[in-house]
Design a protein around this ligand. Sequence first.
Ligand code: SAH
Length: 214
Amino acid sequence: MTKEELIEELVRDGYLKTPSIIDAFTYIDRADFVSEDTKEYAYVNEPFPIGFNQTISQPLTVAFMLELLSPKPGETVLDIGVGSGWQTALIAFIVGRERMDNNETPLVFGVERISELFESAKNNIEKYHFLEKNLVSVVQGDGHEGLSASAPYDKIIAAATADSIPQAWKDQLKIGGRIVAPIKESIVVLEKKGAMEFEEKSYFGFRFVPLIKD
Ligand code: SAH
């Protein structure tokens, strides 16, 4: 399968809809986020190992979650569980679109707990100069606490599943903002309507690696 065939399939099956998200899938090449020996699988609609018991997310799941997240140019996004960096780069492409120059504050903040993946994700993301342009910032740590230093965020997305949405993420979200995160085997969308007021929708039937507490 080629990249174009994968994107066509995701569009045909209704997972990819929004032009800016489709453009991101076209521009940010999944093959840039996997090791040399697995590049032939980069356009197969499956998750697969990136080492340390972790996987690069399935294209279908990333498409579905990004459509729910609905990132817009200029928005700030917190990405929990950067892994390969692929989803982080997709988001950066979308929110960074209308940015003119370098050295503004980053728009996309990623957190990854495994140091080796944190290092390789930075290398992968830098293939698009997103760190050099100060569009993306990644830190190593436990995402349960979110990232208070750069809060509040317009959007928060997670790639590893927990039993409930951590309170820190709710606190670090702007009013009017949205969290898209796996909870058990569902994808949950939480909209923040007021300081303590949330509206929740959930989509059952997905598999994720666990959000690990050290
Ligand atoms: N979107 C990524 C998904 C990687 S899998 C990709 O496509 O590559 C989920 C990632 O979450 C793993 O890299 C795992 O190490 C990370 N993770 C798990 N628990 C975490 C935690 N508490 N804090 C930060 N990252 C975590």
